[in-house]
Design a protein around this ligand. Structure first.
Ligand SMILES: *Cc1c(COP(=O)(O)O)cnc(C)c1O
Length: 474
């Protein structure tokens, strides 16, 4: 039974300050000590976490006690991806300014849906979106959406693509759906990211729409093969998906050549550049994305290489009308009629959502153009350091040209030794990286994506890797 004394009362201002300061102080202490904690939690930490979470109670509890319970239970079980020696997936720890901005976003509790729910959130996204195009070297007229991540950004871009290629064939997919529509071909490299396939499923095009194109040794699309695949199929609605940054090797498709071929077939060209698109932010790596601005749409992640907190991705579209037609919606009660601000909900998948623009604005404001370039350059340099130090050792091989921030390594020319070396490194707590299968071989996959990784962190990680390898190879 609920009594009046059980109702939650707003905290007094001083109690609220204490609560938020306590939460922020805990986050700050964690981040301050993150260099020294095991990079991956042990099984015991996860067991303790389960016990520490307790059971659902009948009675309310004081916020301060709840936060203490949560932090005490969770902290020992965290993955130190905020720290300098986490090299798994493509995960970069968030910048301090962006983290603090996200804390404000939580405190301000804005709904970034439209210009009535939060004109401030809409305005900040508008500015941050313009800055992103500038930094990435994308066309200034492109439209954009702040998404949960690369998956959602690919989905938004491919929805715009679906709209346009079917409109060109005289079909209104927004009104009539896909039943009875002309078939849409999707031509893309064999080593595309799997989120492309999921986007195609969600959009009703189906994973079978994909016509895979062989890739070269580095994982980049074979442009002659792309031309053959395009020519071999029927003319009609076609989307070509290219890639900036293959998820294992970091390889880039040859954009000028591939886009020229795609255009000859009237294709919409989408580029998945979840991390690789950031190469455009640095003069040292810009050549890798030369010509990418000639595409129709681009997906990238803020939570990867801009080092903003989860969740944060961006979709860009050179054809704003197609983008908006695929996403915009309205209802009388929504009443969003700003003359001067764009409504975020008309460009992305979600309606109600967190104000992601604050953290992105903060990161770009903190770093500036030079800082983003420096972040990309430092990560690439540290990846090359990993490769250089490891390749010197007998029995250790780096399997590709390190063109970006990704490094693939094989140990003892053996899947088994590689696997066991990887497991031993992961157990060491010194650093963490994942494994992958690349050209039918098991490999260690190192991704340097965070602002905190120093040369000393690389050296310490290499020591741990080599110790693990020696332990395994006897
Ligand atoms: C990470 C990644 C994605 C998916 O991004 P999420 O933010 O995890 O949804 C898509 N494509 C590529 C190439 C990626 O590296």
């Amino acid at each position: 039974m609920i009594t009046t004394t059980d109702e939650q009362q707003p905290s007094k201002a001083s109690a609220l300050s204490a609560l938020l300061e306590d939460a922020a102080a805990r986050a700050a202490r964690y981040r301050g000590a993150v260099d020294d904690v095991p990079v991956f939690p042990g099984a015991d930490a996860l067991e303790a976490l389960r016990a520490g979470l307790g059971t659902l109670r009948d009675k309310p509890a004081a916020p301060q006690a709840v936060i203490a319970e949560l932090a005490d239970a969770v902290e020992p079980a965290l993955v130190a991806s905020a720290g300098p020696r986490y090299f798994g997936f493509v995960i970069g720890g968030a910048l301090d300014s962006a983290t603090a901005a996200d804390i404000l976003a939580a405190g301000w509790d804005q709904n970034a849906f439209n210009t009535l729910t939060s004109p401030a959130a809409a305005a900040v996204e508008e500015v941050a979106g313009e800055w992103l195009k500038d930094v990435l070297g994308l066309p200034s007229g492109a439209s954009f959406a702040f998404t949960t991540g690369g998956q959602a950004a690919n989905t938004v871009c491919l929805a715009a693509a679906r709209h346009q290629v079917l409109a060109d064939a005289g079909w209104d997919v927004e009104r009539d759906g896909l039943a009875g529509a002309p078939r849409v071909r999707v031509v893309t490299g064999a080593l595309r990211h799997i989120t492309i396939d999921r986007s195609l499923r969600l959009l009703g095009l189906g994973a079978n729409a994909v016509e895979p194109v062989p890739v070269g040794d580095d994982g980049a699309i074979d442009v002659a093969a792309l031309a053959r695949v395009l020519a071999d199929g029927p003319r009609g609605p076609v989307i070509v998906c290219l890639q900036a940054g293959e998820v294992n090797s970091g390889a880039f498709d040859d954009f000028p050549a591939a886009i020229t071929v795609a255009r000859e077939h009237g294709a919409w060209v989408h580029v998945d550049g979840a991390f690789g698109l950031w190469a455009g932010a640095s003069p040292a790596t810009r050549r890798l994305v030369a010509g990418v601005d000639g595409a129709d749409s681009w997906a990238t992640d803020g939570h990867k290489w801009l080092n903003v907190p989860y969740d944060s991705g961006y979709a860009f579209c050179a054809r704003p009308a197609a983008h908006k037609a695929s996403m915009a919606f309205s209802a009388a009660y929504l009443g969003d009629a700003s003359e001067t601000l764009r409504s975020p909900g008309d460009w992305g998948l979600e309606s109600s959502r967190r104000a992601r623009g604050f953290a992105t604005w903060a990161a770009l404001r903190e770093l500036g153009r030079d800082g983003v370039a420096g972040l990309v350059d430092r990560c690439c340099a540290r990846a090359r350091r990993f490769a250089g130090l490891l390749a010197k050792v007998d029995g250790v091989r780096v399997m590709h040209d390190v063109v970006l921030n990704q490094v693939l390594v094989r140990f003892g020319d053996s899947d088994d030794i590689t696997e066991r070396t990887l497991a031993a490194v992961q157990r060491s707590g010194v650093c963490w990286m994942g494994g992958t299968t690349w050209r039918a071989q098991r490999l260690m996959r190192i991704s340097v994506s965070g602002w905190r990784t120093t040369e000393a962190d690389v050296d310490r990680s290499v020591e741990a890797i080599l110790a693990a390898y020696r332990g395994v190879s006897g």
